[in-house]
Design a protein around this ligand. Sequence first.
Ligand code: ACO
Length: 332
Amino acid sequence: MKKLIKAAITSVNSYVPDYILDNDELASMVDTSDEWIMSRTGIKERHILKGNGKGVSYMASNAVEGLLEKSNTSPDEIGLLICGTVTADYHFPATANLICDKVGIKNAFSYDINAACSSFIYSLITASKFIETGAYNKVIVVGADKMSSIVDYSDRTTCVLFGDAAAAVLLEPTKEDVGIMDSILRSDGSGAFHLYQKAGGSVKPPSHESIDAKEHFVYQEGQPVFKFAVTKMADVSVEIMKKNNLSAEDVTWLVPHQANLRIIDATAKRMGIRKEQVMINIQKYGNTTSATIPLCLANWEQQLKKGDNLILSAFGGGFTWGSIYLKWAYNS
Ligand code: ACO
């Protein structure tokens, strides 16, 4: 079905904390090495948010403040803000409410979406519907995670993977042939227990025992997650290309979730696209969960041109996965 009004990203901005935790520092904390981490994941360093009392809303509000400034948008013009995150400041209220308060957005409703590493693409598609129906004209979508708050820095199988970051996009309506063209989003809860936080929720509220057992940290069975990620992210990326009659050469950029360089390479190979068509910054930031895709868009913004065909693809806990086909809407 052809959309009369499409939702287009019209600005993007990111915030990354200053502190850099590199592979050599990690090797002084756990039994690992730069060589192992680089060859298995492609990660060289990651940024970590330091300082008491600073959570996701701290990073996200910095990203949103910059976004409002660079797009000359007043906080009063924003009608909706959605924050994709798995490391909310608190169980409640929503981190999105706190972000709005910090940046002075007062005429909006706001809420969080948690779909693990797919949180940003789920949030972007949800937000796009409010634009396409004509209900809202300016919507902000944030992807932000402070993974360092749920990572066990004595567990070498997970602590090397993750980093902290936030990035935000502004969505506006357009009648031009740009913006979000199509999407495929999926989930499969039967994979939940390969990648999750065992305690801290309503099934197992926090207790002395759960803390002693380190059950409030990320638990991941790396290999089943890897296998599922490689298959599903590639399947859905190929599916959205076919559905929209896009050849490999028609795709200007693949913007993949940055969980593991080997997963990104396998996805690009299945799509038949060259490495030069793939946004990769995993070496600098690691897996920042909800922030990876908008952080790529922010890093590559200057190179993006109006009409470029982008495929955004993600995979995460849940399991959740999906792809978005969008045409970039502006020249920087
Ligand atoms: N340094 C050194 N050795 C290590 C490290 C480390 N940091 N971590 C694990 N090892 C060891 C293991 O103990 C194991 O040793 P053993 O053979 O003596 O038992 C060996 O290396 C191989 O371990 P594997 O788990 O088989 O390693 P693998 O090649 O699978 O890589 C990894 C592990 C990087 C975690 C990979 O499985 C992966 O990327 N999985 C997918 C992660 C992902 O995509 N997650 C989804 C998104 S995250 C989200 O949604 C929040």
